[in-house]
Design a protein around this ligand. Sequence first.
Ligand SMILES: [Zn+2]
Length: 348
Amino acid sequence: MDTKDTRDARGMGHMKERIFRRGGHGSHESAENEQQAAPSKFKPEPRAAADDANSSAIIVPCPNCKEPLYVKELENNLHVCPKCGAHLRLNARQRLTYTVDEGSFAEWDTNIHPTDPLGFAIGNDRYDAKLDASRKKTAESEAMITGRGTINGEPVVIAIADFTFMGATMGSVYGEKLTRAAERAIRERLPLVTFNASGGARMQEGLFSLMQMAKTTAAVARLGDAGLPHIAVLTDPCYGGVTASYATVADVLLAEPGARIGFAGKTLIEQNMRQKLPDDVQTAEFQLKHGMIDEVVHRRDLRQTLGTLLALYGTPRTMIAPLSGGDTLESTPTPDEIAIPVLSAAHA
Ligand SMILES: [Zn+2]
């Protein structure tokens, strides 16, 4: 029984250790961590099989136009409905396949696993059981995948939220992995590209989850201080604490067509405001029209668009400074210690 008293007795120091429990190799936090990729309130709508990246069906109805689609055909079309153009959801591995240059991705921090710091349960619905079920369903250990790779030949740090893992809610490990990715991007003088989809904060981690909003936003702000770009791609659906933190303070904000982007869901806003909102509110196209994002990009053009943006930002590859004193988080230079990159002609 996990009473309040026993929880208090553990102390905050132990709490952090439990949240960031590491795998069998202890606290390797550096390049040794790097491994090749191995195999809110917002309530998402029930998904059709076509929109379930982990479905094993052969023919599925499009969640938008309802037309029957061969899964093979969908795969060949980057999971975009050939009939109506709806962009179906991808899991993190599919996103990697479609966006990152083949064989270039090296995954980081695969040995950090979420735990259940609060012993959270509603009736028989326990957080630790949900984590176990999500791990089995997705073969991922968390909803955030990070690493280094190239996009159209441009070296980049990549962070991908996987909506199939507990709705990509942002908990402690999600935030920690993203923060480490931004810190390593600074050390290695690389831009950061994030692919974002989320139902918001992970309520089962309470305050620890909410803290990630400040933590991740501070991490990408330090990236900006170091003169390195953050390009965020908002995918369906992107809500809650992720939209309200690191994902929307990027230098360039792209979104996939039809992606729903907001903080609270439309129905909740209508109930509180007591007024009807436009049908297309919170779509990527609506957000573009109202200046929240910079461009809506079709999935087939995303790799090229990202490659072009990264080239224009002129990642200063010739200025990649060798690390001194070991590649550890503690050795992360402060922004003041990092040479400001030479701006490309695009910025002159
Ligand atoms: Zn369709």
